[in-house]
Design a protein. Structure first.
Length: 110
């Protein structure tokens, strides 16, 4: 244990850890958002260029699968993200219980 850690109140170390974790999480989320924004810009530019070229191509046979997906894309997207949110909520509850369990054992050993 470092000398400065010994001087801090018991909760201060966990506050520092929480603040550090929050800072890292914020940086990761910011990096993901910037990456998503860059991807959207590239896709928008690319699809615009492709749309210009498509008008010069002969008609191609229709494939029904993309049409079926486009009719239900919002529903499928919502269903996927609902699952992801439920999974994250479950993981969050597990992590809280795990931390509480570990903290409980730490207190009983003193």
């Amino acid at each position: 244990m470092k000398a400065e850690d010994a001087k801090k109140p018991k909760g201060a170390a966990s506050d520092d850890a929480a603040a550090g974790a929050k800072k890292v999480q914020d940086q990761v989320l910011d990096a993901i958002k910037r990456s998503q924004d860059a991807t959207l810009q590239v896709v928008e530019k690319w699809s615009g260029e492709v749309a210009k070229m498509v008008h010069n191509l002969p008609d191609l046979p229709k494939i029904p699968i993309p049409e079926a997906l486009s009719k239900h894309s919002a529903e499928l997207g919502d269903q996927f993200f609902e699952f992801a949110q439920n999974l994250i909520k479950s993981q969050q509850e597990f992590a809280k219980k795990l931390v509480d369990t570990l903290a409980h054992h730490e207190k009983t050993e003193e």
